[in-house]
Design a protein around this ligand. Structure first.
Ligand SMILES: [Mg+2]
Length: 138
């Protein structure tokens, strides 16, 4: 097993197993359907653990990890199809979340307590969205 694997190295290895002859539209469709299918396999495994009496043991745990890896494969392929590497996708997501939750995640119930009311919270969210849209146009 590989000792350390960066996201970009993972993407490079994943791409070595894809059909490089696809058109952009074919790759987007194939990747999207594959991503949805693998996410579905993960969700199905969770469903069986939750509602079908299956227990979380070494095998079911490893199965969940395997399905997450399958999801990552399609994410890597789709990112490449869009002309971006996985490190960039990850960094952009981290940045987005750090801007959205600068002090960490705050549940709506706590936001309401901080802001005072749901109306004040909605007004604050509208103002924040307008501010974000304004900064997008800079
Ligand atoms: Mg799978």
């Amino acid at each position: 097993m590989i000792k350390e694997l960066t996201l970009n190295e993972f993407q490079k290895r994943a791409l070595a197993t894809t059909n490089g002859d696809s058109t952009l539209a074919e790759a987007l469709l194939n990747g999207s359907l594959g991503l949805a299918g693998e996410a579905g396999e993960f969700a199905d495994a969770v469903k069986k653990l939750t509602f079908h009496g299956k227990t979380l043991n070494t095998d079911s745990y490893e199965h969940l990890i395997e399905e997450l890896g399958d999801v990552m494969f399609y994410v890597a392929w789709l990112a490449d199809t869009l002309g971006v590497d996985l490190e960039t996708v990850a960094r952009k997501n981290n940045l987005k979340l750090s801007l959205r939750y600068p002090t960490g995640f705050v549940p709506v119930s706590k936001m309401t307590k901080l802001v005072g009311s749901i109306d004040a919270l909605n007004a604050a969210l509208v103002a924040l969205k307008a501010e974000e849209e304004g900064s997008d146009n800079d």
